[in-house]
Write a protein of this length. Structure first.
Length: 176
């Protein structure tokens, strides 16, 4: 499955658990269910340069549902404006994630650590952090699996090249 489909599948798996009141007000929106106005405002407010077509999901944390604060997900990155902080990170760069105190969800924090030493803290009390923690754990596992596949392809390619060269050398010696 391609990266975009994997990210969508993982987000869909946890989407109903991210917002405690999702059954009353759909704050976590995916695909065609994303409000056009909220999406435009989110991109303008904290995800500059992202096209609307790239967006997979939007979690709007504003009281007025205007999209100016929250969390925006594409197939490669997450963008956010939360509790006065704004940031973005590439999924492939995530090293680990941590939930401060699972029993206190949603009053706890979610920490995302990247391979370059950055730390991102998501604190929104509108968000259940455990489902997002689980989503990011799946994302990390996906990229680790993709890395292993590429490494295996390289190894198999090198072995094939080496074996081919050995066969060619042997054939050359036999035909002399």
């Amino acid at each position: 499955m391609a990266q975009r489909e994997e990210i969508i599948k993982s987000l869909e798996k946890y989407s109903w658990d991210v917002y405690p009141m999702q059954y009353v007000t759909q704050r976590f929106q995916m695909g065609n269910g994303i409000s056009g106005k909220a999406l435009k405002n989110a991109i303008k407010s904290y995800a500059a340069g992202v096209s609307e077509e790239e967006v997979i999901a939007l979690f709007d944390t504003t009281l007025t549902a205007n999209g100016k604060e929250g969390f925006l997900f594409t197939d490669t990155m997450a963008y956010y404006k939360d509790s006065g902080k704004q940031g973005e990170f590439v999924y492939r760069d995530i090293k680990s994630v941590e939930v401060e105190d699972e029993d206190e969800d949603p009053k706890t924090s979610l920490y995302i650590y990247t391979k370059d030493g950055e730390e991102y803290e998501w604190r929104s009390r509108a968000m259940n952090k455990v489902p997002m923690y689980n989503f990011f754990k799946e994302v990390i596992a996906y990229f680790e699996q993709e890395k292993k596949k590429k490494e295996e392809q390289i190894i198999n390619s090198q072995v094939s090249d080496d074996a081919e060269q050995q066969v060619n050398d042997l054939f050359a010696r036999l035909t002399k």
